[in-house]
Design a protein. Structure first.
Length: 319
């Protein structure tokens, strides 16, 4: 297993073991590794570092397992506490308070981390989707390209799919999803499809928390250059989904034209906002209403002219 090893620098006080639960040990941070198979990939720790500095140290011990020995010394791997490990490394701590548990297999470590992080709601939705799929692959002993179709197959009746799902596989899938606090329908509809998004979109989501609705719209763009341009503009200019759809439509590419579903969503948002406006004091403001009416009239004329143009074109085509 490839792992990242902590390299701490700078002064840091040694914690007092008396402040921790029985069984806690202090180990050199440089001998604690963060496994790359950890469920959480996005380790933002700024707030946690401030908290650790304010309370003069890490109060909750990390959970680790022995990962090997070298030169007569043990090396450890983090099971719980990836963010605390990262924060301690960045703060220059030399030791970590840890509780040592028996070694685990890679899939068991990922499963335990997934359950813990899901219970705390500390995973991004993309990291959670990938972690659940990784655990499923390990438990089912199948590669990802076989597990994904199996999940979709379970979403249909045997008559619709034409294939039976092995009861043991179904039981394992339901158990893993239940441990993560998800149902099959929820995972398949809301998480699994996110894993097929382009890598740059997934990275942007984890780094900037771009709205999921905009992430899915950007994911339709197959042209890498255009997608990067619109992604950057969405983040920098804080574009709404509606503004993003307009830019995509203006690109002229057939694959980027708004779908009926997109338009239905925008119509619902408009009707909601209009309802809020009608119930606000602004609706009874003569000045506001006059300006609002003027804008509505402008668009109504535009729509009438556009309709007339369509009718003229239809008459010309039929002639």
């Amino acid at each position: 297993m490839t792992a990242t090893t902590a390299m701490a620098t700078g002064p840091a006080s040694t914690p007092d073991l008396a402040m921790y639960p029985d069984g806690t040990e202090l180990v050199p941070l440089a001998r604690v590794r963060l496994s790359q198979s950890a469920a959480r990939k996005n380790l933002a720790v700024k707030d946690l570092k401030d908290q650790i500095k304010a309370q003069d140290g890490i109060l909750e011990p990390l959970t680790v397992s022995i990962n090997g020995k070298a030169d007569g010394q043990c090396w450890y791997e983090v099971i719980h506490g990836s963010r605390r490990w990262m924060a301690a490394m960045q703060l220059g701590h030399h030791t970590l308070p840890v509780c040592i548990i028996k070694p685990m297999s890679d899939i068991e470590k990922l499963r335990v981390q997934l359950i813990d992080n899901c219970s705390r709601r500390e995973l991004s939705i993309i990291d959670e989707a990938q972690a659940i799929l990784d655990v499923l692959c390990g438990r089912l002993q199948r590669p990802q390209h076989e597990v994904t179709p199996l999940l979709h197959k379970l979403g249909h009746t045997e008559r619709e799919s034409g294939n039976k799902v092995i009861p043991k596989d179904k039981a394992i899938i339901e158990e893993v999803l239940a441990e993560a606090g998800r149902t099959l329908g929820d995972y398949r509809s809301n998480l699994l499809k996110l894993l097929s998004l382009p890598e740059d979109i997934k990275q942007a989501f984890n780094a900037t928390a771009i709205a999921r609705s905009k992430m899915e719209v950007l994911g339709r763009i197959s042209n890498d250059s255009l997608r990067k341009d619109l992604l950057d503009r969405t983040i920098q200019q804080k574009l709404t989904k509606g503004q993003l759809l307009v830019l995509m439509e203006q690109s002229g590419s057939p694959e980027l034209q708004p779908s009926n579903k997109d338009l239905d969503v925008l119509h619902k948002h408009f009707e909601h906002d209009l309802g809020v406006l009608r119930n606000s004091p602004l609706w009874r403001s003569l000045r506001f209403f006059a300006d609002f009416q003027k804008e509505i009239n402008r668009w109504a004329k535009y729509a009438a002219n556009d309709l007339a143009g369509l009718e003229d074109n239809a008459a010309t085509d039929s002639g």
